[in-house]
Design a protein around this ligand. Structure first.
Ligand code: FUL
Length: 601
């Protein structure tokens, strides 16, 4: 009887909502709940929302790579302001195949290139602006980075995506909304027409003031239409509605990660109002709980992508050569992204030669080897049989006798929806079941680590699920321990023991004696508003000051990691001063002495 009611309900909902539905049961990408539904019915129906074909294919890539390359590579900045001379762009030994082969050997299956970052410099000879590779001396102005990268991707069977920054600090039309939107559509169309197949289009959310002080209103609906018509297999990411930003740039997924969520990118007023009503943004810790679904009017398949850089910055800076993430950090990130129902988007920025740096290449190689060696040795013999699990149901899996494990991998067949809300893993050791680990959501893939054990069987219990769960894969592995802690960024070369604070604002420090100063560091305090625009001065006597840098901590809001500011020269000084011009939220945060370090090497 119950089943009959449910089927009736599904049919009613389909008729009422007009949603695209597959096989009379599933709701592809989107479902608007009719008002008549009870809370339980809403939860159940949310379990029938499924990815589109392109979202499903994207999810299976698991490892994707970002390449941040452009004018910033040559200026040492993270965010250029658009006034850079295109002549600065001069890779001396550009080699796209080296990027692609290094990434491919490490297991990466798509490469997303920053065709244009916020500074507006285009890596292809666009018709829309002269601010591009065509105005540089590289390949006598005849070169095209996008083309060479795409050709290398095609040669090695790597999928290809583009990052095109909507925010453009160079375009004269920026802020004149219709005019700039036309230019942006043309840029997008060039990229999506002239280079063959594109699998992901990445629009970040940064939107600052234009050069003329105006704020641009983007025509997202039109941008979406251009992508859908020119590249129907491409997913639209971040400010796009196929792939969601995980909410941080540390490589950290959520323990509970729902791909079905009421969240949509803030691309129009209706969505903004609804996101506000539900009090959600990509940063929210809860995007898909029962409570959240019950409050929602519409839910979407909108899965998470974890973007993080292998270095502290998104662009290459020589002073960060010693801060490339360790294999252990990369493996942790893998567990926290791919292992938490997300796709990993790891940034590896090429250097000024136009090659991936040797340190990064070696790290990628070690990471790839670790992942493939670990996950090719599944220790369960029967984990591939589809298990249709009700709440409370358990299933036992057989181990290869005598094998030790410390990792479990679970997968749901997401083509039938994401359903599991809680599960438990036990091992049969010395004739009894012992608890190994537990988790909440599974989704496309969940990896969990636990203490080494040598059980004869493994038992999974689905403690709670929104409807019958389709567990398509259960594997167990032994992941060798990796030595080496997180590499801390060099915060100061001189001890602060003898420093004296001589003024609070602007923060003024007497270092105690003269030092050769090559740069300074600023460590943001996540509990407080971070510094954004600043002026840094030095003095030999504390009376006469020289201004050495006026700068901004670009992207510090999304990525609040310690910042290193090289001065580009060595200055001898005993006093330093850091003046706050404004903070990331427009306030005037004060900076503590403990947040500052001095680089002298
Ligand atoms: C952000 C940008 O501001 C950063 O520079 C970087 O490109 C990151 C991936 O997206 O929005």
């Amino acid at each position: 009887m119950r089943k009959k009611i449910d089927i009736l309900l599904l049919i009613t909902v389909t008729l009422l909502s007009g949603c695209s539905q597959r096989a009379n049961t599933y709701f592809e990408k989107e479902l608007t709940f009719p008002d008549i539904l009870t809370s339980d019915q809403k939860i159940k129906l949310a379990a029938y929302v499924v990815p589109t074909q392109r979202q499903y294919e994207w999810q299976q890539l698991e490892l994707t790579a970002f390449i941040h390359f452009g004018i910033n590579t040559f200026t040492g900045r993270e965010w250029g302001d658009g006034s850079e001379d295109p002549a600065l762009f001069h890779p001396t030994d550009f080699n796209a195949e080296q990027w692609v082969t290094s990434l491919q050997e490490a297991g990466f299956r798509m490469l997303i290139l920053t065709a244009k970052h916020h500074d507006g410099f285009c890596l292809w000879p666009t018709q829309t602006t002269t601010h591009s590779v065509a105005a540089s001396a590289w390949r006598n102005g005849q070169g095209d980075i996008v083309r060479e990268v795409k050709e290398a991707c095609d040669k090695y069977n790597m999928k290809f995506g583009v990052y095109l920054s909507p925010w453009d600090r160079n375009a004269g039309s920026y802020g004149d909304s219709p005019k700039y939107n036309r230019m942006f559509v043309n840029q997008l169309s060039e990229l999506l027409t002239n280079y063959g197949e594109v699998h992901e289009v990445w629009f970040d959310g940064a939107n600052g003031e234009g050069p003329n002080g105006k704020v641009q209103e983007y025509d997202w609906a039109r941008f979406y239409h251009v992508i859908d018509s020119l590249q129907p297999n491409a997913v639209k990411a971040i400010m796009g509605d196929d792939v969601r930003w995980v909410g941080n740039e540390h490589g950290l997924g959520r323990e509970t990660e729902w791909s079905v969520t009421p969240l949509q990118p803030d691309i129009n007023e209706t969505i903004t109002i609804e996101n506000k009503r539900l009090n959600i943004s990509p940063l929210s810790s809860d995007l898909g709980s029962r409570e959240m679904i019950i409050e929602s009017k519409t839910v979407y398949w909108y899965p998470s992508e974890v973007d993080v850089s292998i270095r502290p910055g998104w662009f290459y800076h020589p002073e960060e050569d010693e801060q490339v993430k360790t294999v252990r950090e990369l493996v942790d990130i893998y567990y926290q992204s791919v292992g938490m129902n997300s796709v990993l988007l790891l940034n590896v920025p090429p250097d000024r030669r136009g090659r991936l740096h040797e340190v990064d290449v070696e790290r990628l190689r070690q990471f790839g080897a670790y992942i493939s060696n670990t996950f090719k040795n599944n220790k369960l013999t029967d984990g591939t049989i589809l298990w249709k699990a009700r709440s409370g149901a358990s299933k036992e899996y057989n181990m290869i006798p005598g094998e030790t494990i410390n990792t479990i991998m679970l997968q749901e067949d997401i083509r039938k929806g994401q359903r599991v809300e809680a599960f438990k893993v036990e091992g049969f050791v010395n004739d009894e079941w012992v608890f190994l680990t537990e988790g909440t959501t599974i989704g496309y893939k969940r990896l969990l680590k636990f203490a080494e054990t040598t059980p004869s069987k493994v038992r999974i219990t689905v403690l709670e699920t929104r409807d019958i769960a389709n567990i398509s894969m259960v594997d167990a592995y032994y992941a060798p321990t990796l030595e080496g802690d997180r590499k801390e960024i060099r915060l100061s070369d001189i001890s602060s023991e003898r420093w004296e604070l001589t003024n609070d604002e602007p923060l003024t420090i007497d270092l105690g004696e003269m030092y050769p100063i090559k740069g300074f560091t600023y460590s943001p305090d996540e509990a407080k508003e971070s510094l954004f625009n600043y002026t840094f001065r030095v003095s030999t006597d504390g009376l006469t000051w020289s201004e050495v840098v006026m700068g901004e901590f670009s992207n510090i809001k999304n990525n609040p990691v310690p910042q290193q500011v090289p001065l580009g020269e060595t200055v001898n000084a005993r006093f330093i001063q850091l003046e706050t011009i404004n903070g990331v939220d427009g306030g005037k945060p004060t900076v503590e002495m403990s947040q500052i370090g001095i680089l002298s090497k």
